[in-house]
Design a protein around this ligand. Structure first.
Ligand SMILES: Cc1cc2nc3c(=O)[nH]c(=O)nc-3n(C[C@H](O)[C@H](O)[C@H](O)COP(=O)(O)OP(=O)(O)OC[C@H]3O[C@@H](n4cnc5c(N)ncnc54)[C@H](O)[C@@H]3O)c2cc1C
Length: 342
């Protein structure tokens, strides 16, 4: 769908009425203008919930396969605070939002794909497939669903942590390690997680300290190994991060002592950004990811999932690849079903 198009006088009056109701709702007026262009069609071949890298990639494959696709996206990708995205060829060092906008523009060149800025709030199985309802009160139906809804990282309860997240508090050395190589770096983790991260991050910098924020849970063996590599373990309770616009300067401890450093690695807990797959019966793995097979199919027929919500290897190129596989797998399934029917 093109996002701007000429509208008739009747449509304009109809939209005028919606302007008033829009004031009471969380999405901007432009959402309603975009939405109104689509009121005629509520039925799609595929609804993709989540329109970031994975969702748009699935939409590209499906749109080019002449499938009528609706992408519903609430505009909160997990990397939105990161200034630059790395390790994706052709886009290395680009702003995350620029990559997504470019993808969206390319996908929306196909008139088979519609994009709605909204939040999917519920999903239901029907005789013909599924229904998805949105926060703005709309109801759409489709034969197949894709969830490309990502994960929600739960920020640690340390002042300044969320402000530094994605800027100087980093989740992944492959994405951001090169930019802080050989710098004085901390690891916020405990137990095996801390041991594993220290072993990995040591590839990018030898100036490493583990901060366990309380009693260390590393085994005696792990502690010996860590010390053998001149990595210290600090068990003091952390209260805050002193930072300038997200660039960390020092850690402040409960005893008021401080520790200067340039970067911190942390893998905070996460949860599914969208609970609809679970509502529809999709199984989760032990890690809390949507369980899928090699073709991105979930444990529920006709529901697919792709991107961060399904895989711990969180990266833009992985999300794009998984979205593309999901799109192709769905179209293949539909062509087979249609061949049998007609
Ligand atoms: C801080 C940080 C920095 C990163 N840096 C890099 C990097 O440099 N390089 C790299 O390759 N990777 C990086 N990553 C990983 C990368 O951002 C993710 O792997 C990628 O964004 C996953 O894409 P996705 O489409 O699966 O999910 P996301 O990009 O998280 O998008 C999910 C989308 O679904 C929408 N959504 C969720 N629920 C609903 C709903 N109910 N209704 C409608 N929409 C919904 C969200 O609003 C969001 O737009 C980083 C991650 C983080 C957290």
């Amino acid at each position: 769908m093109t996002e701007t198009k000429k509208i008739s006088r009747r449509e304009l009056i109809k939209q005028g009425g919606l302007i008033l109701s829009a004031l009471a709702l969380p999405f901007p007026l432009t959402t309603f203008l975009k939405f109104n262009e689509m009121t005629d069609n509520k039925n799609f071949d595929v609804i993709i919930v989540g329109g970031s890298y994975a969702g748009l990639s699935a939409a590209m494959s499906l749109g080019r396969a002449l499938r009528n696709v609706l992408v519903i996206d609430s505009g909160l990708p997990c990397n939105r605070q990161t200034p630059h995205s790395h390790n994706f060829i052709t886009q290395d060092g680009e702003k995350p939002g620029v990559i997504a906008e470019k993808a969206k523009k390319q996908v929306l060149q196909y008139d088979t794909v519609k994009f709605l800025t909204d939040l999917a709030v519920n999903g239901k199985k029907t005789d013909k497939g599924f229904e998805i309802s949105t926060q703005s009160g709309q109801l759409f139906s489709a034969k197949k669903l894709v969830f490309a809804t990502g994960l929600k990282d739960i920020m640690l309860n340390i002042d300044g942590f969320s402000e530094c997240w994605g800027i100087s508090v980093l989740h992944c050395p492959y994405c951001h390690g090169y930019e802080v190589k050989n710098q004085k770096t901390g690891i916020f983790a405990n137990g095996y997680g801390a041991f594993h991260l220290a072993r990995l991050i040591r590839n990018w910098t030898k100036d490493l300290t583990i901060f366990t924020n309380g009693k260390s849970e590393l085994t005696a063996e792990q502690t010996d190994e860590i010390k053998r590599h001149n990595i210290s373990i600090v068990e003091k309770e952390i209260t805050s991060l002193k930072h300038k616009d997200g660039v960390v300067e020092e850690i402040i401890f409960a005893d008021n002592s401080t520790f200067e450093l340039k970067a911190i690695y942390s893998r905070p807990p996460f949860e599914q950004h969208c609970k609809i797959p679970e509502l529809l019966g999709c199984e989760l793995t032990e890690q809390g990811l949507v369980k899928i097979d090699a073709l991105q199919k979930t444990t529920v027929d006709n529901i697919f999932a792709c991107g961060d919500n399904t895989n711990p290897l969180r990266s833009v190129p992985y999300a794009v690849s998984a979205g593309s596989i999901a799109g192709v797998a769905i179209n293949n399934a539909m062509t087979e079903e249609e061949f049998l029917e007609k």
